[in-house]
Design a protein. Structure first.
Length: 221
């Protein structure tokens, strides 16, 4: 069975370290896969890539398609190859559902691509404002949250083991885009209705940094 591959430009921790300049175009990122997560230049909002199309969810709860020449300071793009697929109609909360999903992973030593599609009784997302200059944790503490009841759509993301946390974050990093493409951002909470769950084991990581970018070279992480 084919495992999933992931391409990542910068890391979860370069954002936490305050580097928000867009240093890769969406067009370049999409050469590496058709599903993924990221943010735009200045850590503006949340980007969810699904079926080769990138959607930007803003801090005003607006969604638009990202142009191919727009730049991102962080993006992870996956060549998602499902290792297994199953349905869930348990009505579980996010914490219950994700805890159970973690127990289904064949090993906790590998990273996984995650795709969860279907119906949610509720979905809560958050999104960063544009033009950020403050420390990342300060940005996250003040970002707005939005909830949609009876949401239909797809969660895309990554599960990372602790030894890869500096690259991908610890545990689940998930974004959501609704089927009507009007609701999208970083997943904060949800309640399951009926969904199909896929995860793929990642055995190949292509990690890229903008080492020719002067601001990146000078940034004090």
């Amino acid at each position: 069975m084919t495992n999933s591959k992931i391409f990542q430009h910068n890391t979860y921790n370069t954002l936490y370290g305050g580097f928000y300049e867009g240093t890769i175009t969406l067009e370049e990122a999409l050469k590496h896969g058709s599903a993924g997560i990221g943010t735009l230049d200045t850590a503006n909002g949340e980007v969810t890539i699904l079926d080769g199309v990138a959607y930007h969810g803003s801090s005003e709860n607006k969604v638009r398609v990202v142009e191919k020449d727009e730049t991102l300071p962080y993006v992870a793009v996956v060549d998602h190859q499902p290792l297994t697929s199953f349905t869930d109609n348990s009505g579980s909360s996010a914490s219950e559902f994700l805890s159970a999903l973690t127990e289904k992973l064949p090993t906790k030593s590998a990273a996984y691509s995650i795709v969860i599609a279907g119906f949610f009784k509720a979905m809560t997302v958050s999104s960063k404002p544009a033009g950020n200059t403050e420390p990342y944790l300060d940005i996250l503490s003040k970002q707005p949250h939005f909830t949609r009841e009876n949401a239909c759509g797809t969660i895309v993301g990554i599960w990372s083991p602790k030894h890869l946390a500096d690259l991908f974050g610890d545990g689940f990093h998930l974004h959501f885009v609704s089927s009507d493409k009007t609701f999208s951002a970083h997943v904060q909470d949800f309640v399951i209705d009926k969904v199909t769950v896929e995860f793929g084991k990642i055995d190949n990581i292509q990690q890229e940094f903008p080492v020719d970018n002067e601001n990146f070279e000078k940034h004090q992480f």
